[in-house]
Design a protein around this ligand. Structure first.
Ligand code: GZL
Length: 330
């Protein structure tokens, strides 16, 4: 009997200590979540969906974030409205994937006045005061285009076509986006450097398959004498290939139309394996972990790099394999 009482007494003392302990330290309260407003361009391509997934995974509640996501639905005014909304909600950080480069000064000044750091991801903004954003994580789009041009120069030489006329169609991305500006600029540079290269048509496919299909059909109605179609992302390449094949033209580096693309999504690389896409230059959408790292550093008042470019490579119809595709993350 005596033993039971002493055990009961010990248990009671233990529970009371437990009770007191709850008021010390965090008192069992969860650490405060970092509130992040993320404004995306939309869901226009496979690449964009992968980009959104990467951000959601990195900025999850399990990782200590409260993420407020806004889909800009391909309209800059929707994105500007979303940023104002984030400011009203007093978020700790704003992450913006800008649809186009210009038109951001006033809303980023509002964020600055509210003391909210802005991180730009994917495409770049062109603002009067660089201090309006704290960091940028994305790609060097001019370099991506220059990679494509160097590859094309080598392939034309390989097939003895480096001095013959090369007739090129350019299906551009969303006009005014830094991805379109950079990739188009690399092609323009090459056209200036190669007097035998001719730009036979240039239309925007807005980074989406249906629009690229439509403009490629319009171009084919005017000319079928095409050697290269330079598409500024995979979704556009899918549309252009559909139009080319419906017009009875073969897509392929050896004797067909050379289709060049950007993004290197698994769907794009599957077309590379089939030979219909000759070159696919990678554009890495997995920016979430980089953004989370920047936010963690800023939260600890540590210095961060203003500009961070992601590692990128390229794939072509000569070297792509099923195994490479199976290992890809998106
Ligand atoms: C590039 C990104 C582009 C992709 C497209 O970083 O902005 O937008 O290349 C996407 O697929 O639509």
């Amino acid at each position: 009997m005596k033993k039971t009482v002493s055990i009961m007494l010990a248990l009671l003392i233990l529970i009371s200590f437990q009770g007191c302990g709850s008021d010390s330290g965090t008192g069992g309260k969860k650490a405060k979540l970092i509130k992040v407003g993320f404004c995306q361009t939309g869901a226009e391509s496979v690449w964009r969906v992968a980009n959104t997934d990467s951000m959601r995974k990195a900025l999850s509640e399990k990782n200590g974030y409260e993420l407020i996501f806004d889909d800009g639905r391909q309209q800059q005014e929707n994105q500007i409205r979303a940023i104002r909304n984030f400011i009203q909600q007093k978020v700790d950080y704003i992450v913006l994937a800008p649809l186009v480069e210009t038109g951001w000064d006033s809303v980023l000044e509002e964020a600055s006045r509210a003391g909210i750091p802005v991180i730009i991801v994917d495409r770049m903004v062109k603002v009067s005061d660089k201090e309006l954003y704290t960091a940028y994580v994305g790609s060097n789009f001019l370099e991506e285009g220059q990679t494509a041009v160097r590859w094309l120069e080598a392939v034309l030489k390989r097939y003895g076509r480096d001095t013959k006329p090369v007739r090129i169609v350019n299906i551009q991305g969303t006009i005014g986006s830094s991805a379109q500006i950079g990739r188009s600029a690399a092609l323009d540079e090459a056209l200036r450097n190669h007097s035998n290269w001719e730009l036979v048509a240039r239309e925007s496919g807005d980074f989406i398959k249906p629009k690229a299909y439509e403009v490629m059909c319009d171009i084919l109605a005017k000319t079928r004498d095409i050697d290269v179609v330079y598409c500024e992302n995979d979704s556009e390449a899918f549309g252009a290939i559909k139009a080319l094949e419906e017009a009875g033209l073969k897509c392929g580096v050896n004797g067909g139309v050379i289709v060049i693309s950007f993004d290197a999504t698994t769907e794009g690389l599957a077309e590379c394996l089939s030979g219909r896409i000759s070159l696919d230059v990678e554009c890495n959408p997995l920016q979430g972990p980089y953004v989370a790292d920047i936010i963690q550093k800023l939260s600890r008042k540590e210095r961060v790099d203003r500009i961070s470019y992601l590692e990128e490579t390229w794939f072509d119809c000569f070297t792509i394999t099923k195994e490479i595709i199976e290992r890809r993350a998106y």
